[in-house]
Design a protein around this ligand. Structure first.
Ligand SMILES: Cc1cc2nc3c(=O)[nH]c(=O)nc-3n(C[C@H](O)[C@H](O)[C@H](O)COP(=O)(O)O)c2cc1C
Length: 179
């Protein structure tokens, strides 16, 4: 094989890699910024009320975590409403016993749609769980930035988990509601 041909092959491979990475970056950033039509789901028929608002991630990890939270709450006498953050929602947060906000982390960023929802729907004296799915579970910067939006009167719990840590999140929820 001539040197020119080898250089050409390496160049093409590099281009393919750059293209692949830029598609992943673009799609990841897009899902942080995408507004979803409201699509309410109810889980459980308990006496206590919980609201879960989560921004979908690219491959559905936050949905799995959110459903695990909802199922755990439903097993503990909760009726759980799940929906996506949107300006079209009109939930009165102060009517809920527990409020959960969830989303994914890409490039150390969380969804501005979720933070806008938190800021425009303040709640007081509530138990609030902020949960994020990400690979770097020890990096707390993003979750702290979200938690700080909730103001001082709420009891805020934080969980950053990997996509398969549904059991850990269920345990946390179980301990929060027993407190
Ligand atoms: C392009 C990209 C950037 C990421 N950046 C971060 C990050 O900064 N911090 C982190 O904890 N996880 C990061 N992750 C990991 C994702 O949050 C994690 O894979 C999550 O499960 C994504 O949700 P999904 O599986 O539904 O796509 C990143 C993943 C991708 C693909």
């Amino acid at each position: 094989m001539s040197l020119e041909l080898l250089i050409l092959i390496v160049f093409i491979l590099l281009l393919v890699c750059i293209l692949y990475i830029s598609v992943i970056v673009k799609k990841s950033v897009e899902c942080l910024n995408r507004t979803y039509e409201p699509d309410e789901i109810t889980v459980g028929e308990g006496k206590k009320l919980a609201l879960i608002i989560y921004q979908p991630t690219r491959h559905g990890s936050i949905e799995n975590i959110s459903m695990a939270i909802a199922e755990e709450l439903a097993l503990n006498d909760y009726k759980v409403i799940l929906n996506y953050p949107s300006k079209l929602l009109n939930y009165r947060l102060n009517e809920y016993d527990l409020i959960c906000f969830g989303g994914g982390v890409y490039f150390s960023r969380t969804s501005p749609i979720l933070s806008d929802y938190i800021l425009s729907n303040p709640c007081k004296n509530k138990k609030v769980l902020v949960y994020l799915v990400g690979r770097l579970v020890d990096e707390e910067k993003e979750i702290n930035e979200l938690a700080v939006l909730l103001g001082g009167s709420n009891k805020v719990y934080k969980a950053k988990v990997k996509k398969d840590q549904t059991k850990e999140v269920r345990n946390l929820v179980s301990s929060i509601i027993k407190e």
